[in-house]
Each structure stands twice: as structure tokens, then as C-alpha cells.
Design a protein. Structure first.
Length: 767
């Protein structure tokens, strides 16, 4: 784990060199092409080779950096998008490098011109990838130290962080690597026989094309049991998943090499001379080794992206990638130098055999060659496991008491190990803000296998990670644990009825939430976009005065009805009221939140004076008994000449002042996307000090209403709570929502402080 952290820290320091070298290589090739000067061409080739090797190393360092960035709360979508662009760009330059190395000096200029055009496109994509890498740092705070979680993690983000590979998946992955280890070892034997005896080697080489073709077909079919064509594991993965696509690419390369060899043998009649014409160690196979090694560096372990296993996978593939690059480099060097060398000739099969040994001994986890071959991932107490020197440790967190416990065990079992240590330390990270917590031996002993620490600052924190440091024999041993995730947030209830404020609380019957006493609502998928209410329901509106006049009180009567029989359905009390009415002007510059009162006939009435002429939208927000929340959009017109509409402007800053208050809005992700979870966090200060005594209003710490620019979409979000609604809240209140489509939305937040209702609005763009 320490190696992984160190390599992750190298990514921002190293990435600038391959960017400059690869762009310089493309420019030098273009100049050499125009001026027909081979000096530029050779300089470009050197820059290209050095650039792609350094880019691959920077890529694998980026894989490690991704682990720590997502663990610290950097939004997963932003990381994934940068990673996607980096993967495509790396593969393009790997292909371009292989293509350029295969070109002979006598290659026609038209092919070189096509190469330069493709390389220019790859260079442009490299610039875009670099830009989004900068976005991760400057907008999302990746690798910025001593700051808390800039953005609250979404439910989907937390759920991904809890992913683990089961034992069956790990066994299957190990088996696939071991099978191909024997294939590579067989190829190494063929190469070695060719060096020892040309007569035996000539016959042995005839096996090579069949071996490569068979291995390619096998890999194409069996590489991923959760993807095409097997689909043995759920959830299924697309063939375009980065990891799956990488395996299929390997399969295609193996099959192409095998078919090429068989074609050569068929053309020459299949005799020994024919087999000799296709040698495993010619230029094509060298380039194949280079491409294969390069792809190993870009291996993305998407099945368990944030597990400790991923660190081991990346270390394994980095080592194998360097060996594969060495295989190709040795052969290309042997091909380029005029004098043959026995050592270079033997180095080729020797490196191939080393690759076979690495594959045969591969383990899906921390590497066997680093001493972790016997490390067990099972957690006897249901906590988090991490290696600790020659032992392993399990971390258990008790959120009710905000207590951390660490248990030390043998590497391969649950047998406790008593350490001669009375005090160790844990570094607890929330975002990139780190806090040192002492871990003392339980029961005040002078040592033992059980250590306890108190971390009250972790109360209601949904995501944090812990690194424990234990002094043993004059050396600090580190246990780097998986991130702790509040499973209540990561796994919303799938029961037939759920609480809108506590989505992890569900019931098989229509009852009330034990935390907040709100009625549980049917746990149904959202309806179609723009369908605010069920088609079998309607809301009748009867204005008391016709026409409506500005500033003149009118009686508004609302009657919910079933369309089938005109019956009035009973309504649930939600947030202390049966009827929530949101009134906005057509340009969304005016907002009001009111509560019509129930009448004896089942209708709901409100006396109201509209402030100005114009079109107003009345959103009737109700919850019929036994049904989900329903919203009815009711336009009304107030007589007179309306004022000029105010434009819906994206604010220059997401913070506003109201008297002595400063109210800020944090949006996560920074660029929300339609139908993906978005988190809105309102933060409060008064006279520069955090407000920690917000009062409940309508049974919650706050309310958030969101309406689209065209007023067709309406969202009413409740604060997500981990316990019963507090009597005091702040300085932040968080809401979760799903924007139905792209466009601009106006967001209103309402909060109560010392008997004063604070209403603040912002405009958010969804792209």
C-alpha cells in the first residue's frame, strides 16, 4: 500500500514530461516530413519512444492516484472522465508508436502523411485530457492537502466504494492468468529450443502459430465471466468496459499473430522451411510484445476499483508491463544492430520465461513477490482488513460511540497476535483533512492484539479512511484500510415502502418512519420525465374572484380528485402539512411557499393576493394515502401589464448575504448531469461564525424546491438524515436530487433561525 501511495504521488509530478515529449514528437515528425530531413525523423522517434514509456508509467501512477482521490471524496464522475480520456489517448499513442516502429525508411510518403495526421489528432486529444486533469485539481481539489471533503459523496459513489470481489471471482481471475502463464512459458521453450538447435527449433516453431491462435480464441471467450459471451455473473459488463475491452484486444492480437503464422506456413507448403520463415522473434512479434506491455500499464481494474486488491493488481501489471517492454526492446535492438549477439538472443526467451513465471504465480491482490501471498481478506468482525507488516489488522468503527477499534491477527487466519505495544496512532482522513487519533491497548494493558481510540469528529460523517501506524522493532508499520462508508447511505432500502427523509428505512407495509414519523411512500421508480403526477389523478382549481387582480385578495380552492369517479382521496400529512403550495412567477423571480387549509368538503382553501400582473405557476404538492408524492402544475393569470421578465442568470458566485447571514451553496458534482444523483449543500454563517442552531421548519432542518427554467419540471427535495430530525442543525444542510434533463434550474432553500424564515435562491446549470 505504501508503494501505491508513493506512485500515486508521482502522477502530477511526472505527467508533464510525456505530454511535452509526445507533442514534440508529432511536431518533429511533421517538420521532418515537410523538409525531408532524417535528423528530425530520428529525433521524433526518440521523443516518441521516451514519451510513450514515460506516459505509460505516469498512467499507472494515475491509477494509484485515482484510488486515493476517490477515497478522499473527489467526485467519481470527474475522475472517470479524465481516466477515460487518458485511456483512449494512451492507446492511440501506443498504436501510433507500434505503427511508426514497423515503418521502413523506404515506406511511401503517403503512409507517413497518414501517420502524422493520426498523430496530430492524438496530440489534440492529449491536450484535452491534460485540461481535464487540471480540472480535477483546480475544481475538485484532488491531491490538495489539509482540506475537508469539498463535495459530499453521492449514494452511487458510496455504493461503488463498498464493492469487493468475491472469492469465486478472484479464483477465476487467478486461473485465467495462470493458464496464460503456461502459454507464455511454452512460447519461451520454443524460443529456447530454437537457440539450442536449429533442427529441433524448426519443428518446434511450427507449434507457435497454433498456440497463439488457440490462446487468442480462449481469451476472447473466457477472459471475463461477467461479459460477452459468458454473462455468468451479475451485474453484466459491456464489451466496451475498459477492462473487458483490453482483454478482447489482447485476444485479437494473439489471433492475428497466430493466423499470420499459419498463413505463412500454408503459402510455403507447411514444411520445415515454411515454419522457419515465420519466427516468433521477428520484428512483428517484438512490436506485439511492446504493444502488449503498453496495454498492461493501462489495465483498469473496473470489477473492484477501490479495493485494496486494485493496488496489488496495478503493481502486478506494472511489473509485467516492464518485462513485456523489455522483451520487445531486446528484439528490436537485436534487429537494429548489425552484429548478432548470443546474449541478446538468449535474453529474449529468458525474459519470456520470466513473464510466464509471473503469470503462473499471479494472485489477485497484493503481490506475492512482496510477501503478501498468504494475506487473507476475510474480516472476522465485519470490519476492514489491511496488511500490517508480517501480520494483518482489522478496523471496526462504531458510529454510535464514534469509537475506532483495531485488531491484529496472523496474515492467513483470525488468530490474534499480541504486540508489545501499548500505544499506536491512526491518521483519520475526511477528504484530505487529516486528524491524528491515539489508539491505546484495550483495558489499559501494556500490549495486546486489541487497540481502541475515540474520534467524536466522525459523527454523521458518511466517508472517511484510516491509516494506522504501529511501532515494532524500531520500525513504523502501516495498516492502510479501505475507506469506511456509512452503509445506510450506500444501500437505500428496497422494501415496498421507504421514508423520503431516511431512504435506508423501509417497511413491507404502509406505515410511518420510526425516526421522523413521516408516512412511508411506495418505493417506485421515478415516472417519465415531465410527468409530475399520476394520470389517474387531477387537481381542480377555483379562483374565488374572476379575474384575479394584483394586490387584491382572492380565495383559491384546490380539490384533488380521482379521474375515474371524481372522488376526493385523503391526503397524508407530510412535513406537518397535508398541502404544500409553491407559487412562482413565470420568470421565476417571485417565490412563495404556503399551505392551504382543509375544508369540510375535502377541498383546500387559501386567501392570497398576487403582488404583480402576469402569469403565475401554482405547484400543488400533495401525497394521497397509499400513493407516492404528486405535484400538479396550475397556471393562473393576474390582470394587468406584467413587468419585463427577469433573465435567469447563472450566478458569478454561489454565496449570498442576507443581513448578517452568509449562505453558500455547494453543488456536487460541480457540473450536474441529467438523471444522475446531485447533492446540494447549503452552508450558513452569521457575522462570520458558523450557524449551528438552525431550527426545524415543517419537521425538517430545511426545504429545497427546484423548478426548471421553462417551469415544466418541479423537484421538492428533503434533507437526507442519518437519525431523527435534530432540534438544532447547521452549519450545513444537505439535499439529494435528480435533475430530469439538461438546462437551467432555479433552486430555493428555506431554513428557520431564531424564529426567522430564511429563503435563498440560486441558479444551477445542468449539462
Amino acid at each position: 500500500m505504501e508503494v501505491g501511495r508513493w506512485m500515486g504521488s508521482l502522477h502530477p509530478a511526472l505527467i508533464h514530461f510525456p505530454i511535452a515529449l509526445l507533442l514534440l514528437a508529432v511536431a518533429l515528425e511533421a517538420v521532418g516530413f515537410i523538409r525531408r530531413d532524417t535528423r528530425f525523423v530520428w529525433s521524433a522517434r526518440i521523443c516518441l519512444i521516451v514519451g510513450i514509456v514515460s506516459a505509460l508509467f505516469a498512467f499507472v501512477c494515475g491509477n494509484f492516484a485515482e484510488l486515493w482521490a476517490v477515497r478522499s471524496g473527489v467526485h467519481e464522475d470527474a475522475v472517470e472522465y479524465h481516466e477515460f480520456l487518458a485511456t483512449i489517448t494512451s492507446w492511440l499513442f501506443v498504436g501510433l508508436t507500434a505503427w511508426r516502429l514497423l515503418m521502413r525508411p523506404e515506406t511511401r510518403r503517403v503512409w507517413l502523411g497518414l501517420w502524422i495526421a493520426a498523430a496530430s489528432f492524438a496530440g489534440a486529444l492529449l491536450v484535452v485530457t491534460s485540461y481535464y486533469g487540471g480540472v480535477l485539481t483546480y475544481q475538485h481539489g484532488a491531491a490538495v492537502q489539509n482540506i475537508g471533503m469539498l463535495q459530499n459523496p453521492t449514494d452511487d459513489h458510496l455504493l461503488v466504494l463498498t464493492q469487493r470481489q468475491d472469492e469465486a471471482s478472484i479464483f477465476y481471475s487467478n486461473l485465467m492468468h495462470h493458464i496464460f502463464g503456461w502459454v507464455v512459458l511454452a512460447l519461451a521453450v520454443i524460443l529456447l529450443l530454437d537457440q539450442l538447435s536449429q533442427r529441433i527449433g524448426a519443428w518446434a516453431r511450427r507449434v507457435g502459430p497454433f498456440l497463439l491462435l488457440g490462446a487468442g480464441i480462449f481469451l476472447l471467450i473466457f477472459s471475463d465471466q461477467d461479459a460477452w459471451p459468458l454473462y455468468n455473473v451479475r451485474p453484466y459488463r459491456s464489451i466496451f468496459d475498459k477492462e473487458v475491452f483490453l482483454h478482447k484486444t489482447y485476444a485479437a492480437l494473439l489471433m492475428a499473430a497466430g493466423i499470420g503464422g499459419l498463413w505463412q506456413m500454408w503459402r510455403r507448403g507447411g514444411d520445415a522451411q515454411a515454419s522457419r520463415s515465420w519466427r516468433l522473434h521477428d520484428r512483428w512479434m517484438a512490436v506485439f510484445a511492446l504493444v502488449g506491455g503498453a496495454l498492461l500499464f493501462t489495465h483498469i481494474h473496473s470489477a473492484a476499483p477501490y479495493a485494496n486488491i486494485a493496488v496489488g493488481v496495478y503493481i502486478h501489471h506494472t511489473v509485467m508491463g516492464f518485462v513485456a517492454l523489455a522483451i520487445g526492446a531486446v528484439k528490436l535492438l537485436d534487429d537494429a544492430l548489425p552484429t548478432p549477439s548470443r546474449r541478446r538472443a538468449l535474453a529474449y526467451p529468458a525474459l519470456m520465461a520470466l513473464m510466464g513465471v509471473l503469470l503462473i504465480n499471479y494472485n489477485e491482490g497484493l503481490p506475492w513477490f512482496m510477501g503478501y501471498g498468504r494475506l487473507s481478506a476475510s474480516a472476522p468482525r465485519g470490519g476492514l482488513i489491511a496488511p500490517l507488516g508480517d501480520y494483518r489488522a482489522e478496523l471496526v468503527y462504531h458510529p454510535e460511540q464514534t469509537r475506532l477499534e483495531m485488531f491484529v491477527m496472523k496474515q492467513d487466519s483470525a488468530v490474534p497476535v499480541n504486540l508489545p505495544v501499548s500505544l499506536s496512532h491512526a491518521v483519520v482522513s475526511v477528504g484530505n483533512e487529516k486528524t491524528e487519533v491515539p489508539l491505546t491497548a484495550a483495558d489499559g494493558q501494556s500490549g495486546g492484539a486489541h487497540f481502541v481510540g475515540k474520534a467524536s469528529f466522525l459523527r454523521d460523517v458518511p466517508l472517511f479512511q484510516v491509516r494506522a501506524s504501529v511501532p515494532l522493532n524500531g520500525k513504523e508499520h502501516i495498516a492502510d484500510f479501505e475507506p469506511w462508508v456509512d452503509m445506510r447511505l450506500a444501500q437505500p432500502s428496497r422494501a415496498p415502502y421507504v421514508c423520503p427523509m431516511h431512504p435506508y428505512i423501509g417497511s413491507a407495509t404502509h406505515s410511518r418512519c420510526p425516526e421522523c414519523a413521516m408516512p412511508l411512500q411506495p418505493n417506485r421508480r421515478p415516472g417519465p420525465v415531465r410527468q409530475l403526477h399520476a394520470p389517474e389523478l387531477r387537481m381542480d382549481l377555483l379562483p374565488g374572484i374572476e379575474p384575479l387582480q394584483p394586490g387584491k385578495t382572492a380565495r383559491l380552492i384546490f380539490t384533488p380528485r380521482r379521474c375515474s369517479d371524481n372522488a376526493i382521496p385523503p391526503l397524508e400529512s407530510v412535513h406537518t402539512q397535508k398541502f404544500h403550495l409553491i407559487i412562482v412567477s413565470r420568470d421565476l423571480s417571485f417565490y412563495d411557499h404556503l399551505h392551504p387549509q382543509e375544508q369540510p368538503d375535502g377541498s383546500y382553501a387559501l386567501d392570497y393576493a398576487f403582488p404583480q400582473p402576469g402569469i403565475y405557476l401554482l405547484f400543488a404538492d400533495v401525497t394521497p394515502v397509499g400513493l407516492p408524492n404528486q405535484v400538479f402544475r396550475l397556471p393562473v393569470r393576474v390582470e394587468g401589464t406584467p413587468p419585463a421578465p427577469a433573465p435567469l442568470r447563472i450566478p458569478m458566485a454561489y454565496a449570498k448575504t442576507q443581513g448578517d447571514y452568509r449562505i453558500a451553496l455547494s453543488v456536487s458534482p460541480l457540473s450536474p448531469r441529467p438523471r444522475e444523483e446531485t447533492i446540494l449543500t447549503f452552508s450558513f454563517t452569521e457575522n462570520g461564525k458558523p450557524v449551528t442552531d438552525l431550527q426545524p421548519w415543517l419537521g425538517a432542518p430545511g426545504h429545497c424546491v427546484i423548478i426548471s427554467e421553462d417551469t415544466q419540471d418541479y423537484l421538492h427535495s428533503h434533507p437526507l438524515l442519518l437519525s431523527a430530525p435534530p432540534t438544532r442543525a447547521g452549519p450545513s444542510v444537505t439535499f439529494h436530487t435528480l435533475f430530469p434533463r439538461s438546462g437551467r434550474y432555479k433552486v430555493w432553500g428555506q431554513f428557520m433561525h431564531r424564529g426567522r424564515l430564511l429563503t435563498v435562491d440560486f441558479v444551477v446549470r445542468v449539462s
